[in-house]
Design a binder for this molecule. Structure first.
Ligand SMILES: [Zn+2]
Length: 161
């Protein structure tokens, strides 16, 4: 059995007039994330962590933001495609850990739903999907409400390597 770890990080601007998708869940908020897709910062960080663990490049390689195919796409589809690539490379996911950096709103009430969505796509238990949240104590672009960031790590295993 071989174990591999991957790391992902993502950022999006926050702007009025956009929905705020985090972890596959629409979070009620005054501002939403700007991006080519639905701009789900957490799902993007998880995609990059999974791709990184399998050394399969990054989200921009597989789902370029210059492609019309991916305009306003539901990032749950990107995560589905990512886990398919990781599976084809011979790996299964053990667990995900993640942190969302956001000044407001508080996402804690939605974390259970996010875990359910992500665990469902990855076919792992909800207790294998950790989602934490932090503010940046009013500092920097996150603190000023200009943007949102997320980091994720993923552990994947293979029996064949
Ligand atoms: Zn992104």
């Amino acid at each position: 059995m071989s174990f591999r770890i991957g790391f992902g990080i993502d950022f999006h601007q926050l702007t009025e007039g956009r929905p705020l998708w985090i972890g596959g869940v629409k979070v009620p908020a005054g501002k939403g994330a700007l991006g080519h897709s639905d701009a789900d910062v957490l799902l993007h960080a998880i995609c990059d962590a999974l791709l990184g663990a399998a050394a399969l490049g990054d989200i921009g390689t597989h789902f370029p933001d210059t492609s019309e195919e991916f305009r306003d796409i539901d990032s749950k589809i990107l995560l589905q495609q990512t886990i398919r690539l990781v599976g084809e490379a011979g790996y299964t996911v053990e667990n995900i850990d993640s942190t969302v950096c956001l000044e407001e709103p508080r996402i804690k009430p939605f974390v259970g739903q996010m875990q359910e969505v992500i665990a469902g796509i990855l076919s792992i238990g909800e207790n294998a999907v950790s989602i934490k949240a932090t503010t940046t104590e009013k500092m920097g672009f996150v603190g000023r409400g200009e943007g949102i960031a997320a980091c994720a790590t993923a552990l994947i295993t293979s029996r064949n390597r």
